[in-house]
Ligand binder design. Sequence first.
Ligand code: DGJ
Length: 520
Amino acid sequence: MKLKALVVTTISILLASTAAFSQAKPGANIPHLAKQGTATQLIVDGKPFLVLGSELNNSSASSLEYMRPLWPKIAATNLNTVLATVSWELMEPEEGRFDFSLVDGVIDGARRYDLRLIVIWFGSWKNGKSTYQPVWVKANQQRFPIIQDEKGKGLPTLSTLSDANRDADSRAFAALMKHIREVDGEAHTVIMMQVENEVGVLGPSRDHSPAANKAFAGPVPKELMDYLQAHKNTLIPEMRKRWEASGLKPSGSWEEVFGAGPETDEIFMAWNYARYVGHVAAAGKAEYPLPMFVNTWLRQGPDKPNEDKPGGYPSGGPLAQVMDAWRAGGPAIDILSPDVHVPNYSDWCDWYTQSGNPLFIPESRGDARGVAHAIATAGKYDGIGYSPFGIDRLASPDGELAKGYQVLAQVAPLILERQGLGKMTAVLVDKETPRSKVRLGDYTIEARFALRAQDPNAPVAAPVDRVAGLYIQLGPDDYLIVGRGMNVYFESATDPTQSVGLATVDEGQYVNGRWSLGAG
Ligand code: DGJ
């Protein structure tokens, strides 16, 4: 076999050979999602787009002055997209009077630096609480009810079980989407929306307000039961198990159908958040149908038991185990996204790609490990993109993020061309899992974590504790490899007796779409 491998340490683009991707429906060039093989891609201006993003700190976008010196730094970090918040409070200071000056300013700033935007709607909830709703909402709990704990004590969180809450939020969000369509319907600077932020009940495992107690004692809504019946064989395992325990009851109260306990409270809350947030998303899409996602505060794992149960993390948020309730309750929501601030990155990607959920990571790390995660997201999980939290702090032209995104930007067209088609994969290796073998085409590729190989010239050992390898098949015996800190070995996947040698190995980068020898 005459295997040829291109090794890219600082990469670039390929002269794409396969059929061009053409998606846009007539008259509908709005950013949207489209399938390619098994992948779901984000299409911007008619072409697939890989989000190399980062999220601003929570309040950064509320001051255009603060943003002014930050924009060039962000652009120098090689991002193509910024995630920026719009707060309900600042946008609708009086009921029905909207002020879009901050939205306009952020769109203008992004355009000046050739960046796209994902807008985060800080509406009814942020991190399980209600902080960014206007004072006219906060001050009128009669009209806009809050949740209550088991003892009837009010918590600083709007209740999902209120049409008034839902409708006020939906009206504001619809006004925002109408405005974005008016100012950006042609330019498409804004490419996606995040609806709310890390929703769910913090403290108790469910809302115990009178309206919530009544709904909880009543029957599981028919729409949810119908969804469970229709998707019986493809339900998320945790949901299926919960329902099976009651013998797959076709109807009944929440506790009759799912049994008693915090897990059932969580399913109940997931349904109610999904109904509410799905309603807000649908109201926005009626004005301007950009792709919409929700993000998740994850359970923290057994080593933090208090934060690993519903209520310890926001109960009813779009966690993987209640994904079915979100799908059933909020069909206008396109993507359920994890904010991965926990170490087991791959596990969360596996959980969040169940039942065809496209992977988009709105919050995570922006260091060397984060770059490895970004590569795995795009190359292994066919993800739409990656966005570490806090670009205010991360922005730097010499940082890990800038270097990683520079490389990813070079190979993005190659990645996008192959997502969902089985011609590409990626691996993550680290101290705990130092070896990984995957098959791609007729070869098995083994990566071995090479701690000593990390930045041998660096005066101080670089803090690279997890690395990614991206493998792209260019032809039957030609591979492009993007990686660092690992050694890579090829074996025949079809004939174990055959030994495989590398015919040629070239190190280089893509410059303006052309392969060019030599590391950058
Ligand atoms: C999660 C939240 O979604 C963000 O708004 C932000 O505060 C981060 N945590 C900080 O890590």
